[in-house]
Each structure stands twice: as C-alpha cells, then as structure tokens.
Design a protein around this ligand. Structure first.
Ligand code: ADP
Ligand code: MG
Length: 238
C-alpha cells in the first residue's frame, strides 16, 4: 500500500488562491480525515490527489513517486463521492464491473473481482438487483464496491455518508471502519461530521481557508487543540 505526500501544494482558480501551500505526510494504511468549514478546500485537495484538478504549485507524491502530471487512471487511487450515481439500467454486478471493462480484463477476471468485492461488502445476495431495488445504504455499498474492484492503493472518500439518514450513517461508519481493517488500505476521507472524524481517523487534518491549521490524532486535537478554531471544530476549548 502507498502513502501520500504533499509538499507546498497550491491551487488557484483564476487569480484566487484556494489552497495555500499544504504539506502533509500520510503513511501507508493510515486513515486520514480532512475536516473544516464549507469552502475551506477539502474537496479541492482530494480532487488534486485524484488528478481531477490540476495542481497549481508544489508536489504530490503517491507511493514515493511524483504524480502531478500522471493520468488519474494511473495513480492507483479510487474515489467515492457523496452522490453515488449508479447506472440505473445495470444490475449491482454490472455496476461494480463496469469500470473494469475498460481495463482490458476478461469477463472471468471481472466476475472474480466483483465477487471478491461483493464478499467483503456483504453484497452477494444483491448482485442481480437493479439500483432502484436497493436502500440508500446498499447503494452506497455498491458505490464503494465499484472502487474496491479496482484494487486501489489509496481510497479517497468525499463526504460519502452525508446523503444518508442518521441511523444509516452510523451503520455505514462502522462498515467503513471494518473495511479499512479488511483491505488494509490508505484512506483519505472528507467529512463535516465530527463524530465520523473522531471515530474513523488515525489522524485528523483541520483545514481553514486553504491552510492546514493542525494535524493530529483525534485525542490530541480534542485534548490539546492549538487554537480556538480547532477547539471549536473538534476539541474542548482551552
Ligand atoms: P470544501 O470541499 O471544503 O467545501 P471546496 O474544495 O469545494 O471546499 O472549495 C474551496 C474553494 O474553492 C471555495 O471557495 C470554492 O468556491 C472554490 N472553488 C472550488 N471549485 C472551484 C472552481 N471549479 N472554480 C472556482 N472556484 C472553485
Ligand atoms: Mg466539498
């Protein structure tokens, strides 16, 4: 599994700088959670790591290799979004295998990888259903399944649970924690839910207006926030 390193990473849209020199070291297999107010740059950072946005300055490394100019499909990453648009006319099996059809795999190989992912996510009984016959949580599991079949080194999650109701969110949070253990993967996870951040993260990155305010374990940020902003987000005020 690969780690992810950011060195002085910047992003500007037109004249406006929205990511202002971010340094981060994410170890292989680490579960890192980005938190911060709406508009602080969480999605932009993820999208740059995924290769969906160009990096304006600095360097991104995945597994020790510079990735700034590398095609998204060759970065060894998979991203799960908040809106998990599944193909409505395809079964769960077809949805999960779809991306693999373009990776030059045989039908037997695709079937094998889909079955493996379905087992991990306990989706086997649902493989022949269409999305409209699934609950919200089941659909989100299929969306995660589509990422797993590609055997990425790094998983990127952008607020994957925020469209689910409270009860399902708790259930899926536990599933994601279990998945992290099973897959032994590096995960970068964006949320605005404090409880999600505290329970899932090995390490929390607090962002504010394109700058990293503090990085630390949930306990460190809770017990020893560097400033009132971090305290307001995570901790108990000093
Ligand atoms: P978050 O995910 O933390 O809510 P974003 O990464 O989506 O924040 O956005 C960070 C900042 O960048 C915001 O000010 C947003 O308006 C701006 N931004 C994001 N995408 C674009 C874009 N394509 N063009 C111009 N500005 C953008
Ligand atoms: Mg966002």
């Amino acid at each position: 599994m690969s780690g992810v390193t950011l060195r002085g990473v910047r992003k500007s849209y037109g004249g406006l700088e929205v990511i202002k020199g971010v340094d981060l070291d994410i170890a292989p297999r680490e579960f890192v959670v980005f938190v911060g107010p709406s508009g602080c740059g969480k999605s932009t950072l993820l999208r740059m790591i995924a290769g969906l946005e160009e990096i304006s300055g600095g360097e991104l490394q995945i597994g020790g290799t510079r990735m700034n100019e590398v095609d998204p499909s060759a970065r060894g990453i998979a991203m799960v979004f908040q809106t998990y648009a599944l193909y409505p006319h395809m079964t769960v099996r077809e949805n999960m295998g779809f991306a693999l059809r373009f990776a030059g795999l045989s039908k037997a190989e695709i079937d094998k990888q889909v079955m493996e992912a379905a087992r991990v996510l306990e989706l086997e009984p649902l493989l022949d259903r269409k999305p409209k016959a699934l609950s919200g949580g089941q659909r989100q599991r299929v969306a995660i399944g589509r990422a797993i079949v590609r055997h990425p080194q790094v998983f990127l999650f952008d607020e994957p649970l925020s469209n689910l109701d409270a009860e399902l969110r708790v259930h899926m949070r536990i599933e994601i924690a279990r998945l992290h253990k099973k897959l032994n993967a590096t995960i970068i996870y964006v949320t605005h839910d404090q409880v999600e951040a505290m329970t899932l993260a090995d390490k929390i990155v607090v962002l504010r207006a394109g700058v990293v305010e503090q990085v630390g374990s949930p306990l460190t940020l809770y017990d020893d926030p560097d400033n009132l902003f971090v305290a307001g987000f995570i901790g108990s005020p000093k």
